[in-house]
Design a protein around this ligand. Structure first.
Ligand code: FMN
Length: 184
């Protein structure tokens, strides 16, 4: 079947989903989930998130130049969903969701204790693209929960149980790993 072109992203799915934490000028904490997210450079370490024009996340990043990308596990799906609702400006979504904010190393925005990986970022660049704004962040500090790192340096999917966004309220959990046969 043909697909309405604007629905393409529904089939570039499921997408890894993150919760971006920021603070406003008064240090009020904001948290919201995003799945239009991708690595863009390894050295220097850069990632990009496409943010809606009107959101608090974009405004806070523009005001402070900082944000944290938190990788949530399946366990906190309901809490992630609470963070996705529009809350009055300045209201702390982490408190509303019952998630714990912990001080970051290099940025003012806190990270979320219940997540499994955390990337503290400084805004490197932004570009308005269509109905989103692509924000590029430089990862200045990165952490990961010990038990989800395998000996080969990759993520242990069975332990991490990361959330992937299909669309709307539908998610997948990435758990099945397969290995391609490599000729020697
Ligand atoms: C799983 C999930 C993924 C989302 N991904 C994006 C995204 O990539 N970009 C975006 O602008 N909004 C995305 N949203 C919607 C935002 O989370 C939502 O608009 C939120 O209220 C924005 O919060 P803010 O105003 O605090 O920035 C997503 C929502 C969910 C539930």
């Amino acid at each position: 079947m043909e697909l309405e072109t604007k629905r393409f992203y529904k089939f570039l799915a499921p997408r890894p989903t993150v919760i971006v934490t920021t603070v406003d000028r008064e240090k009020n904490v904001n948290a919201a989930p995003f799945s239009f997210v991708m690595p863009v450079s390894i050295e220097p370490p850069l990632l990009a998130v496409a943010l809606g024009h009107k959101g608090d996340t974009l405004r806070n990043i523009r005001d402070t130049g900082e944000f944290v990308v938190n990788v949530p596990p399946e366990k906190i799906l309901n809490e992630l969903w609470v963070c996705s609702k529009s809350h009055p400006r300045g209201e702390n979504e982490l408190k509303a969701a019952g998630l714990m904010a912990v001080d970051s190393e290099k940025v003012l925005a806190p990270y979320i204790r219940e997540c499994i990986a955390w990337f503290e970022c400084l805004m490197e660049n932004e570009q308005e693209l269509g109905d989103h704004v692509l924000v590029v962040g430089r990862v200045v500090h990165a952490m990961v929960r010990n038990d989800i790192v395998r000996k080969d340096g990759n993520m242990d999917l069975k332990k991490a149980k990361i959330l992937m966004h299909i669309g709307g309220s539908k998610f997948a959990v990435a758990e099945k790993e397969i290995t391609v046969k490599v000729e020697k």
